[in-house]
Design a protein around this ligand. Sequence first.
Ligand code: HEM
Length: 160
Amino acid sequence: MIDWLHVSMRWLHLTAAVTWIGGMMFVVLVLVPIVKAEFPPEKRVQLVAAVGRRFRVVGWVSLTILILTGFYNLWEVSGPGFMSNKTYLSYLTAKLVLVLIVLTLSILHDFYYGPRLENFSADPSQGTYYRKLQQKVVLLARVHLLLALAVLLLAKILTG
Ligand code: HEM
């Protein structure tokens, strides 16, 4: 007999993970290289920022679903013997710590550095400061994606 609640929650968790990480991969592997090759520097930030503003909604809806269904998964797997499985608990803790770091980086990228970069891009006189800000946003986005992939690896280790 299929446990539909279990299947639906896992499906939602997986779909949100695919949407969130797949979206970031698309930006890094497809959008940014095309924008760099096809558009002049002054247009690039506006274009990536416009996509970013739209993806921010998709990303935060996905993250909210991941956290809510994640707690459901946690409740489901925390049966008898859960606290004595030290290996499982350490991977789970590592995953949750990484999720917290990823959430912090997402907030910084989406609501602080990203919007600041977009505002400055309208003013080319902000030379060095602007370039430093741009490097910060790119670095944040890369670290963010790498950590998200690490969360995925830990999730795979947990499910076995
Ligand atoms: C935010 C990023 C997250 C990503 C990318 C992610 C990804 C995944 C993936 C891909 C799975 C495997 C699902 C399956 O094969 O059925 C999974 C399972 C799981 N996730 Fe997450 N997850 C995230 C957040 C969370 C959070 C916040 C929690 C807890 C509050 C959580 C708890 C769990 C648990 C308990 C499982 C099941 C492990 C098992 O079967 O033993 N996840 N996660």
